[in-house]
Design a protein. Sequence first.
Length: 281
Amino acid sequence: MAEKTVLLEVSAGVAVLTLNRPDKLNAFAGDMREQLIARLDDVAASPEARVLVVTGAGRAFCSGGDVEHMTRLAERGAPFEELAPLLEAGEGVVRRIAALPLPVIAAVNGVAAGAGANLALACDVRLASDAAKLGETFVRIGLHPDWAGTWHLPRLAGLAKSLDLCWTGDLIEAGEAQRLGLFQRVWPAASFEREWRDYAARLAAGPQVAIRAAKASLRAAPGRGLEECLAAERAAQERCWQSPDAAEGVRAFVEKRAPVFASSAPPESDLAPSRAARTFE
């Protein structure tokens, strides 16, 4: 039986996907990328999953690609076509994360380097241990960033800092990554798992129509003009208003109690499209 290097558990609406090669700092090797793709497909098909957390086993998040494998390719002068499948699998991972409508969280428990850094950047938010480090380390072995690092990094950290990180390959500490906007929250290593699990549970218990709509609107906003954003907001607000969560939310506010939102987002087909929504059809 093949070793399970990517684990998936789903409980109380929170799907946790764990990279599981702790002895190798969760570096990608063998069919690990393909296992990651398969588990992401499982999450996409799961009616129970409302939040996805990606993390690493042991003391690292993911130290990147299998350099030993690349060394063997280089030593025998392998053409790029033999390296290309590794890139294609990484592209498949990033595309699947981008397509998920639910919140995707990277729980960065330790070093995130190379492909591991860009896997974290592909997630919606990054929660980090104060023991975490992040680095675009490709240049250290004469390679170029992949896994969509050139898409996510400059949008988060700006062009000049992105060039600095990619040119030097330096690993930056959690506090510096937070200052740059690459990490959204940093907690002590001793309490890190409890903190990220509490954060994920909070999102899983939240109003799913509103949470998913906010993700879709904010991700699309950089490519839209003002009027398109206004129209998208109106369409999303109508969907939220039609969901049971809006009635529960305002009722709970007036009654001065915690709201109890529905456990899942209703299918879009259950909500009538507004005129504004047709702008994007």
